[in-house]
Write a protein that binds this ligand. Structure first.
Ligand code: HEC
Ligand code: HEC
Ligand code: HEC
Length: 129
């Protein structure tokens, strides 16, 4: 009996932890669509998988050291800057991660997607692209 009760309590504790973790910033877990220029310039919108990166690096690597503002669409990112080794190009350089020749890995969104958050609990949800 006491063991069962303890297991139950533990289950509740886990749920609370999960809720707390999800609460503050859905954006942390979602994908970010970057399409201020891409489609106008003839390439597909960029899908940036935030969670994929976030579990590999600390927040401050990108949001303070690399200077990414913490808002979907908040950065003015150009392909020229990336090729100069800024933004995504800090890592996608064949050293930290695969290089810029793999255009389609980043430019993977379906035409028509607007810059902003996709999935992770906010409007939209997975399956839109
Ligand atoms: C590591 C990710 C990544 C890779 C790889 C990549 N791009 Fe981009 N690219 C971006 C991002 C992010 C933007 C900015 C998107 C926006 O806001 O419209 C962008 C923007 C662009 C633009 C819009 C105009 C401009 O100059 O900003 C063009 C054109 C473009 N990329 C072409 C390419 C081509 C061609 C390749 C392959 C040789 C490539 N990209 C590879 C991430 C990438
Ligand atoms: C590898 C780089 C990287 C790491 C690590 C990273 N982020 Fe981000 N984050 C980004 C980029 C890129 C964007 C999109 C910026 C844009 O659209 O211009 C973003 C966007 C965001 C947003 C905006 C979402 C919205 O709803 O507008 C939040 C909040 C955020 N990050 C929080 C975090 C937190 C908290 C961590 C650590 C737990 C973290 N990020 C780690 C690169 C990163
Ligand atoms: C701090 C370093 C860092 C930055 C900045 C960064 N990436 Fe990455 N990215 C990585 C690493 C590491 C991987 C994993 C590479 C591998 O699996 O070989 C990765 C993988 C990816 C993937 C593939 C995800 C998957 O499911 O396999 C995409 C797409 C991607 N990055 C896009 C971007 C875009 C777009 C930007 C800029 C907005 C960006 N990255 C900025 C380090 C970074």
């Amino acid at each position: 009996m006491s063991i069962r009760r303890r297991t139950f309590g533990f289950g509740i504790a886990l749920c609370l932890v999960a809720l707390l973790a999800i609460g503050p910033a859905f954006g942390e877990y979602a994908d970010v669509v970057l399409n201020k220029r891409a489609e106008k310039e003839g390439v597909r919108p960029v899908i940036y998988p935030h969670w994929f990166h976030r579990i590999r690096f600390r927040c401050k690597v990108c949001h303070s050291e690399l200077g990414f503002k913490m808002r979907a669409g908040g950065n003015d990112i150009t392909m020229a800057d990336i090729m100069d080794g800024k933004f995504c190009g800090m890592c996608h350089n064949d050293e930290v991660a695969w290089g810029l020749e793999h255009c389609h890995r980043c430019h993977s969104g379906l035409p028509g997607l607007e810059t902003g958050i996709r999935g992770g609990g906010k409007s939209g949800g997975p399956g839109l692209y």
